[in-house]
Write a protein that binds this ligand. Structure first.
Ligand SMILES: [Zn+2]
Length: 366
């Protein structure tokens, strides 16, 4: 059943849609700068490592420093797509840093059609939205919302509103990616088909540090962490009962589609989490810190693996596994997405004669 999944690090010819460059020493031809169509942006080292593990073929890639590009990249091919992956610099995070990194990326790779933002996120579980650690949340339009909403937590903590519909609206993910999601969901929901996310996660089977942790504990919203590096001293009687029950899905990770909250500051109090998770107009499934910097400038899809429950009990134990599950979903999406359909999309950056780029609906000086 896995016959159409290319083996890890297999060698194949690049797509005829790309301009091949002559590789040194008889290596396979590589795409030139304008042969890369999919950008993949990570925020953390473990996300970058997991992303790299999803490549079928690794390229050396073109030289980008001559374009005043500070990013470092990994290059490769996934199911026929030429993919360029980058990561925010160590110690930097947030919307403005993500926007700066993406800006450099489009300067160097002007034929990119989409950016996937893939990494960890902080869960906002409710009984109705049973989001668990290691699950994947994919930004998907709901109602009048585009899939990601920008939150202003500093304003809320000062007694104002955290979400302003006038400034909080962000563009929905590209139509072609939302269409491909439907096929991903069909495959996922059919119990007769193999668990393709699990197969993708097996690509890191040798990395013990990326294995699934054993404890998934969601405490009641009014119960604070007792202290220490983990929850060994926390009271098991305070766990949410519905979170502890086995789920009915026969899949390694759950996948949820809906609204992601993006903020420049971290959600650490359950009161804040509950406001967004239970607001019927928002129903936020998870929080993250980078997407708002990109969504209105570039065609983006945000994919987040859940690493904690946005509460005082959070620790880093699930970071690597959650990074892996998000990367596994991104690979699955690319397996469904046909490279020919991607090629038909207009590149979202085109160099104009005056040296500025058209990016989406915005004019950006690069
Ligand atoms: Zn705890």
């Amino acid at each position: 059943m896995f016959s159409n999944i290319p083996p890890t690090n297999s060698r194949s010819q690049s797509s005829s849609a790309n301009k091949p460059a002559t590789g040194p020493g008889g290596s396979p031809p590589e795409p030139s700068e304008d042969g890369y169509t999919i950008g993949w942006v990570c925020a953390l080292q473990e996300e970058y490592t997991a992303a790299h593990a999803m490549l079928d073929l690794v390229f050396n890639g073109p030289e980008t420093s001559k374009r005043r590009d500070d990013n470092y990249y990994a290059f490769g091919k996934i199911y026929g797509h030429n993919v360029v992956i980058t990561c925010l610099p160590d110690g930097e995070y947030g919307t403005s840093c993500a926007a700066a990194v993406a800006k450099d990326m489009i300067r160097s790779f002007p034929a990119l059609r989409f950016v996937l933002m893939v990494g960890i996120g902080n869960g906002a579980p409710t009984r109705e939205n049973d989001v668990r650690l290691g699950d994947v949340v994919v930004s998907t339009p709901r109602g009048t919302l585009g899939g990601v909403v920008q939150l202003d937590l500093a304003n809320m903590r000062a007694g104002g509103k955290a979400y302003d519909r006038r400034i909080g609206f962000l563009s929905p993910p590209p139509r072609l990616l939302r269409a491909a999601q439907q096929e991903v969901r069909r495959r996922y929901d059919d119990p007769g088909l193999p668990d393709r996310l699990a197969a993708n996660m097996e690509r890191m089977a040798r990395r013990q540090d990326f294995k699934r942790p054993t404890q998934d504990r969601l405490y009641r919203a009014d119960y604070e962490h007792e202290g220490g590096p983990n929850c060994n001293d926390c009271n098991p009687d305070k766990l949410e009962d519905w979170n502890q029950k086995p789920r009915l899905i026969d899949r390694v990770v759950g996948v949820h589609y809906g609204i992601i909250g993006s903020s420049s500051s971290l959600i650490e109090r359950t009161e804040e989490r509950e406001i967004y998770a239970r607001d019927p107009d928002l129903n936020i499934l998870c929080f993250e810190m980078e997407a708002a910097g990109l969504m209105n400038m570039y065609p983006c899809l945000v994919i987040r693996g859940i690493c904690d429950y946005s509460d005082s009990h959070k620790n880093d134990e699930w970071h690597k596994y959650a990074a892996l599950s998000a990367a596994a979903y991104a690979r699955e999406l690319l397996s469904v997405l046909k490279p020919e359909k991607v090629d038909y999309q207009k590149p979202w950056a085109g160099l104009r004669e005056d040296g500025k780029y058209i990016v989406g609906y915005h004019l950006v000086s690069l």
